[in-house]
Design a protein around this ligand. Structure first.
Ligand code: NAP
Length: 286
């Protein structure tokens, strides 16, 4: 899988990626660099960020600024924005990608456990959005938000209920601000990925025997997981001026997983050609 956009599609842009030191954030950030952007990666673990920044610079020849930040803390986000502007001048886009999640029957969760996920995912994302949005509005600069949600942001899902609540909130914020802040030339879009293998997601969501029990591949009509470059292509498009008229959209990239789960008769895939022959004969007899 290769990159989709023209070389230099993000040249001169500066993009902040929360959670950009690992997993999908790192892959999307890498492609932004390949397309000419400056990259700011922000999360809690500075040693992870510094290692990722050095590797990404070596792999792409681009410039990466790692800044330690807990997105639950508004003042730390203001610091990321200040450091990014001090190094690169101005910020053109924010990819709200950082998140936390784990599987559990909801009745087993303490209210504190619920708080933790909501605080990282929803509070962290609206904190970053508010700080970056106010900064752009005050400076009369255009900007682009891209928020990573999940397909269960609109269907809901058991066993990840705090995450589902938080992602649904982000989806609503994406659409709300797409309307309210368009007058400031600020666009807001979202991506809803299905399963894309990352160390973080696989460890938390499909640990040990759970993976065997609910083999996520079985639910995906395309019978494969997503490739990071496929997601990076979509993210770069939504960050770039090629999507200048796309605002308030959420794009699903899941190999058809959620519609497969939603369609009442999709389970009939299990019916063999021989069984269909028999059913046809039975219908013909009536
Ligand atoms: P990941 O590698 O575990 O990424 C999560 C990132 O969030 C980490 O870099 C982590 O860095 C950061 N983070 C967590 N808490 C934070 C906090 N309080 N402040 C700042 N940063 C924080 O997982 P991933 O699979 O790449 O997931 C990335 C995004 O894709 C998430 O929004 C996830 O919901 C979404 N998604 C993933 C999949 C999938 O299949 N992988 C599917 C649907 C949606 P630190 O620990 O250094 O803070």
């Amino acid at each position: 899988m290769s990159g989709m956009l023209k070389d230099d599609a993000l040249k001169g842009e500066t993009i902040i990626v929360t959670g950009g030191g690992t997993g999908l954030g790192r892959s999307m950030g890498k492609y932004f660099l390949e397309l000419g952007a400056n990259l700011v990666i922000a999360s809690r673990k500075m040693e992870v960020l510094e290692k990722a920044a050095a590797e990404l610079e070596a792999e792409t020849g681009g410039k990466v600024l790692p800044v330690s930040c807990d997105i639950r803390k508004y003042d730390q986000i203001e610091n990321v924005i200040a450091e990014a502007e001090a190094k690169f001048g101005s910020i053109s886009g924010v990819l709200n990608n950082a998140a936390g999640n784990f599987i559990s029957p909801t009745e087993r969760l303490s209210h504190r456990a619920f708080d933790i996920v909501i605080d990282i995912v929803l509070r962290g994302t609206y904190n970053f959005t508010l700080a970056a949005g106010k900064n752009w509005i005050n400076k009369k600069q255009a900007g682009t938000f891209l928020n990573i949600v999940t397909t269960y942001a609109w269907t809901g899902s058991g066993y990840v209920v705090p995450s589902a609540c938080a992602k649904a909130g982000i989806l609503s914020m994406t659409r709300s601000l797409a309307s309210e802040w368009a007058k400031y030339n600020i666009r807001s879009n979202a991506i809803a990925p299905g399963p894309f293998p990352t160390e973080g997601a696989w460890k938390r969501l499909f640990p040990g025997e759970v993976a065997e029990q609910i083999d996520p591949l079985k639910r995906i009509p395309l019978k494969r997981f997503g490739e990071h470059q496929e997601l990076a292509n979509l993210a770069a498009y939504l960050m770039s001026d090629y999507s200048a008229y796309v605002n308030g959209e959420v794009v699903t990239i899941d190999g058809g997983e959620w519609v497969h789960g939603a369609g009442e008769f999709n389970g009939l895939e299990a019916v063999t050609p021989e069984m269909w022959d028999m059913l046809e004969k039975m219908r013909a007899k009536k």
